[in-house]
Design a protein around this ligand. Structure first.
Ligand SMILES: *Cc1c(COP(=O)(O)O)cnc(C)c1O
Length: 228
């Protein structure tokens, strides 16, 4: 077994153990292998090891790898998206994790509609309130979801967050807990055409804790491909 395959096996085992600790099904957690800065060849090793979902931080890099790998993978955009890059998303990404403002969501919907498509996206929320961080404020989430629910080219299917970088992963726990509370509150509103089924939370340093707190999708790069 190559190193990527071995790492994936170890990450999957850790996801399963975290899920079981809190009475969840390991199959309820999707593993997205984050391939930013990683070669297409290494990304293919991940696919051969059974991963289906690949995450990229930039649309251009995803486009380059898509030319090599194509539809063997489901492509996720996990990094911030400039409004003028929304045009690259329809037909490429099966999920855009970084929708955080209506200007961007409107443009993405317009581009998707003219391509005859619907792009699935997550509302990225800046739970910790750190400056310089993408994501809407938690108080804005309801309004954005309601506005997005009226668009034909984008369907919101959940929430995403990135916690502050810190040495102790336990410090992410309250962030993930707040995200789950926000999700529960929004779910009660029953906004039409919006699903909150996906919670994208957890990276190499803290994915087990994210799973314990209810994440349904973890974005793991370093633990699979080594440090960048
Ligand atoms: C790079 C990146 C990841 C993966 O981070 P690791 O710590 O390498 O697992 C996850 N999510 C986002 C948004 C990223 O940019």
């Amino acid at each position: 077994m190559n190193e990527v395959a071995e790492n994936i096996k170890a990450v999957r085992r850790r996801i399963s153990e975290a899920a079981r600790r809190v009475g969840r099904e390991p199959s309820d957690v999707t593993l997205v292998a984050v391939t930013k800065t990683v070669s297409a060849q290494k990304a293919i090793e991940a696919l051969e090891a059974g991963v289906v979902d690949l995450g990229e931080a930039r649309a251009q890099e995803a486009r380059r790898k898509y030319e090599v790998i194509g539809d063997r993978a489901l492509w996720h955009l996990v990094g911030p998206l400039q409004t003028n890059k929304a045009k690259y998303c329809p037909g490429l990404f099966s999920l855009v994790h970084s929708l955080d403002r209506m200007e961007l969501i409107n443009e993405l919907s317009r581009r998707a509609e003219s391509a005859g498509m619907v792009v699935n996206g997550l509302l990225q929320v800046n739970i910790s309130g750190e400056a310089q961080k993408s994501g809407c404020r938690p108080e804005e989430a309801e309004d954005i979801l309601k506005s997005a629910s009226r668009l034909a080219g984008v369907k919101i299917v959940g929430l995403m967050t990135i916690p502050p970088i810190c040495d102790d992963p336990e410090e992410s726990r309250p962030v993930y807990r707040s995200l789950m509370e926000l999700k529960a509150g929004l779910a009660k509103m029953g906004i039409e055409n919006v699903s909150l089924a996906i919670v994208s939370a957890g990276m190499t340093n803290d994915f087990e804790m994210a799973v314990e707190e209810g994440s349904t999708l973890v974005r793991v790069g370093t633990a699979i491909f080594g440090s960048r």
